[in-house]
Design a protein around this ligand. Structure first.
Ligand code: PMP
Length: 407
């Protein structure tokens, strides 16, 4: 690819030089988590070495510096996803935490017996189970937008599914198991036409596709820092101000209150109402450094380079006899799920691992997808902008070697 200067970029990620089993690491498990550039590692390091302190409470200088950096991180996220207000960004532990927050708070405020939540057939467990839990509590049900065997949502079914019982639609932007990029604009428009709010799981989108929450007109959006080249344990929930103001708080504790007496507590304003307790300051600062890094390259350039890599990989892999792609949506992101003949995906994964090639195998937290396709799971290669055409070639050679051993 001529789009990005990969030689320079790869030097920014120390782990990419690692050897496993004495072989050069080929890291193709970016859908699970991405590697971190030195600037992120340094930002976290600098925080602990120079100004670690609790936020929002101290009169002293370090606390003021920590608070400023934490709030600056919020601002970085807000401008990255183009929110109207900074206080529409809530720090979370990640995607799972963000969905649980919305499911719990929205469910407590708005769900009653007979209501339903509409999700899609390709959701990650984290966008299924929290809805099942709150629906069970409230006597509501979870309904599903079906998909076809290529892993494409059956949009012609959507209109009938959006009946009066639906109180919220929760759908993934990009499928982590199939690579499908869903028509979220269309889903949001159809839901809004019936006055129904929409949550988008952007865990696999935020690092690949430029996202503008105002242009999408999405009501809630969640993502994880660790899939966006940032630290683990930090993520963000975006919510439209009007919706966040309508929800009750999630957890109670310090920081989320204005005043507390034993008789009555007055909750804090946004965003603090949803951030009980000491937050992950170093995580937030690291995430902001990751976003700065990504913006330094530019998401449009990243998207183009990753699409070129994906098309190359699809072409090369399709020449391996007996290899079958799982997920064949024409609209897709840098995820390739596959099976080799009737072998178990774990066996291919293990044989690739021994060659230094890291892929993931299994159901990828999408058991309903695997049940629907009647497969035990897949082997999955997932790409980041730092992956090279040579690494794709190594994957192809690695699969051929594994295939020879399995045949
Ligand atoms: N949704 C999707 C589409 C994902 O890919 C993932 C992570 N595999 C999650 C949700 C959950 O993210 P996390 O584990 O970071 O909370």
């Amino acid at each position: 690819s001529g789009t990005l200067n990969l030689e320079a970029i790869r030097k920014d990620f120390p782990i990419l030089n690692t050897k496993v089993y004495g072989k050069q690491l080929v890291y193709l498990d970016n859908g699970a988590t991405t590697q971190k550039p030195q600037s992120v590692i340094d930002a976290v390091d600098r925080y602990y070495q120079q100004y670690n302190s609790n936020v929002h409470r101290g009169v002293h200088l370090l606390s003021q510096q920590a608070t400023e950096a934490y709030e600056a991180a919020r601002k970085t996220i807000a401008s990255f996803i183009h929110t109207k207000h900074e206080h529409e960004v809530i720090f979370t532990k990640g995607t799972t935490d963000g969905i649980n927050l919305v499911a719990s708070c929205f469910g407590r405020a708005f769900l009653k017996p007979g209501d339903s939540i509409l999700i899609s057939a390709m959701e990650h467990h984290s966008n299924i189970v929290p809805w099942q839990m709150i629906c069970e509590e409230k006597g509501a049900t979870v309904k599903v937008i079906p998909m076809d065997t290529k892993g494409v949502l059956q949009m012609d079914a959507l209109s009938a599914l959006l009946d009066d019982s639906v109180k919220l639609v929760a759908c993934t932007y990009v499928s982590n198991s199939l690579g499908t990029v869903n028509p979220v604009r269309d889903i949001i428009a159809q839901a809004h036409a019936k006055g129904i709010p929409v949550l988008i799981d952007a865990a696999q989108a935020i690092q690949h596709i430029p996202v503008d929450v105002q242009e999408l007109d999405v009501d809630f959006m969640v993502f994880s820092g660790h899939k966006l080249y940032g630290p683990t344990g930090i993520g963000a929930l975006y919510g439209k101000e009007e919706w966040l103001n309508k929800l009750p708080p999630y957890q109670g504790g310090g920081d989320m209150i204005k005043t507390v007496t034993f008789a009555k507590t007055v909750y804090n304003e946004l965003p603090y109402k949803f951030e009980a307790g000491t937050p992950d300051m170093s995580g937030a600062i690291g995430l902001a450094a990751a976003i700065d890094y990504v913006q330094g390259i530019g998401l449009a350039a990243i998207q183009q380079a990753e699409q070129e890599l994906l098309q190359y990989a699809l072409k090369q892999l399709s020449q391996i006899e007996g290899l079958r792609f799982i997920g064949e949506s024409p609209e897709r992101s840098g995820v390739i799920s596959f099976l080799y003949k009737n072998t178990h995906p774990f066996d291919v994964g293990e044989l690739l691992d021994k060659q230094g090639i890291a892929v993931r195998t299994g159901h990828h937290c999408c058991q309903p997808v695997m049940d629907f396709l009647e497969i035990p799971g897949t082997a999955r290669a997932s790409f980041a902008f730092y992956n090279t055409f040579e690494e794709v070639d190594m994957l192809v050679a690695g699969i051929k070697k594994a295939a020879a051993m399995l045949d």
